[in-house]
Design a protein around this ligand. Structure first.
Ligand code: G4P
Length: 531
């Protein structure tokens, strides 16, 4: 490839950021996303009130069920520009229940924003999502939200993060008060104080004034007690808390911490500017032999991390979301699917913004694009042009933690049932297992996924069915040669690719099995089972 073309690609890569926001429900993920989109000019609503009202009927509410239940069950990839950067924000589902989809989305990002509610601190879903990031060494930036409401003490919050998650905190901003006394933040890096003024009706950008820490006006802004606590806290945090270390950040060992209030826009832009500096550019692909493939490589590669059926109900289409890992994607290009060696022309790639779609002509590493999927893609598919470098990593699957038998209730709709089962299982939100008697068992990491699956089979495919919970709590892939080692307590079923999986009644049962059969290995990810 010509040198000038290579430089052009690198310039595009350097300005890309692919990230997700991880949060426990209600921490303010939707609100923060909306504010980021406002700054990015991707939506032009002048204030949070309207934006939030509109949200219910437009953005990312793709499914009727979302509206019925007031939850967001889809994962959207939104792209927007800000200050010369091209941001790809992957939205992890925000409901209480967890899905494998959420894990997989995290395979497609280069960094994550961990959003906490300042009055609640670290919550159960924060812990689960954090663990996936840690396992993958995804750098995490922490945003402590809702500082306009009574909050826990900033030191106590950082102590909690360190104790519960085991990651060191390095504050970048320090809050001035909280609740009604929240007056702004002190930027420990630039030594500037940003004061916020409340505006009625929800301002587009929070007006902010900056000054030095010793500005006499600051003292007059708040009560003596709050001012003293702020000064002491800011000074102590500067002297006593660990300085930022880029290497430890990359390894997910240290997290920069920001404070703000998404709903009032306090600190969001400041956070965004720091975040863009901190968030790594699209990473090289680590091949199995530990060598790397640079994003600017002339070979195009990308992987499918999510399939979504019936995004547009009028078209009843299916969309495969692909993260580009190396090379340049061009509309109309021919690629090969590494799973089956088949060649496909990618003629209608799209970028998404809620229900809006824009055709994509070119895309670069770090970008997420949607491919209209006429049933040719599966989750985890790797697409490439030219030669696929040996040892290209595959997307892991995760072992489900709950199981239910799916029983069709209208025998006249069996054809639709099978079609729906096949298409929806391709999305990979739940895994479908097959039993010896020919029935289907669903496996998921969150209960809600079952309800969504059943609802969609009925709503989109006209195939009514019911779910029967099964008393199994964990699963592992096994080598076929080991199947005779399991007792009648355990249940061996097959996954969609015919691989054997054992279901255990409890974690305890699994552990005791391992203790009694130390020579046997159980596999959490099917890719690891030896051929
Ligand atoms: P989620 O996507 O993480 O589930 O959270 P979401 O943004 O929907 O926010 C959850 C609730 O918290 C919302 O209130 C939202 O307005 C509020 N919120 C978000 N950020 C802030 C903040 O910085 N300060 C304060 N005080 N509240 C915040 P709600 O009453 O559930 O919804 P709505 O009536 O505002 O739509």
């Amino acid at each position: 490839m010509a040198q000038d073309t290579l430089t052009g690609i690198q310039t595009e890569i350097d300005r890309r950021r692919a990230f997700a926001i991880i949060a426990h429900p209600d921490a303010g993920k939707t609100t923060l996303t909306e504010k980021l989109l406002l700054y990015g000019g991707a939506i032009q609503l002048a204030g949070h009130v309207r934006a939030r009202k509109d949200r219910k009927s437009t953005r990312s509410d793709w499914m009727k069920m979302e509206q019925d239940r007031g939850i967001s069950v889809t994962t959207a990839a939104l792209q927007f520009e800000y200050n010369g950067f091209c941001l790809n924000l992957l939205d992890t589902p925000g409901h209480e229940d967890f899905s494998e989809d959420t894990y997989r989305t995290l395979m497609a990002v280069d960094a994550a924003v961990m959003l906490l509610d300042a009055s609640r601190g670290v919550e159960p879903q924060t812990i689960k999502l954090f663990r996936v990031c840690r396992e993958r060494r995804i750098p995490i930036v922490t945003f402590i939200n809702k500082m306009d409401m009574p909050a826990k003490d900033p030191f106590a919050l950082m102590d909690e993060i360190e104790k519960v998650l085991g990651i060191t905190c390095s504050p970048f901003l320090w809050p001035m008060g909280s609740g009604p006394d929240f007056k702004g933040v002190y930027d420990l890096k630039s030594n500037q104080v940003y004061r916020y003024e409340r505006v009625t009706g929800g301002a587009y950008r929070a007006p902010e004034k900056s000054s030095g820490l010793d500005d006499p006006e600051l003292r007059s802004l708040m009560e003596e007690e709050i001012y003293t606590a702020f000064r002491e806290g800011a000074e102590l945090s500067r002297e006593a808390l660990p300085p930022f270390d880029a290497e430890l950040f990359q390894e997910c060992e240290i997290t920069p911490v920001f404070f703000g209030s998404a709903i009032t826009n306090f600190g969001v832009e400041l956070f965004l500017n720091h975040f863009l500096d901190l968030c790594p550019i699209p990473a090289p692909v680590r091949l199995k032999d530990e060598s790397t493939l640079q994003p600017a490589d002339s070979r195009f590669t990308g992987f499918i991390f999510k399939l979504q059926a019936n995004m547009n109900r009028q078209h009843r289409d299916r969309v495969a979301f692909m993260r580009i890992t190396t090379g340049v994607f061009e509309r109309g290009m021919n690629v090969t699917n590494a799973r089956n060696g088949k060649s496909i022309k990618l003629s209608s790639p799209v970028a998404f913004f809620g229900q809006e779609r824009n055709t994509v002509d070119r895309a670069y590493p770090g970008d997420i694009i949607g491919l209209i999927n006429p049933g040719v893609f599966k989750i985890g598919d790797v697409l490439y042009s030219g030669d696929l470098p040996g040892g290209f990593p595959m997307l892991p699957r995760f072992a489900p933690e709950m199981f239910a038998r799916l029983i069709p209730t209208d025998t006249g709709k069996l054809k639709a049932f099978r079609k729906g089962l096949e298409q929806l299982s391709e999305e990979g939100v739940v895994q479908v297992f097959h039993t010896e008697d020919g029935s289907a068992v669903l496996g998921a990491v969150g209960q809600l996924q079952f309800d969504v699956f059943r609802f969609r089979l009925e709503d989109e495919y006209g195939a009514p069915c019911r779910l029967e919970s099964l008393g199994y709590e964990c699963s592992r892939w096994i080598r076929p040669a080991d199947r005779k080692k399991f007792s009648s307590y355990d249940w061996i079923v097959k996954d969609e690719d015919g691989r054997e999986v054992v279901l255990f009644k409890s974690e305890y049962r699994m552990q005791s099995f391992l203790t009694n059969n130390p020579e046997i290995t159980l596999y959490e990810h099917p890719e690891n089972v030896p051929a």
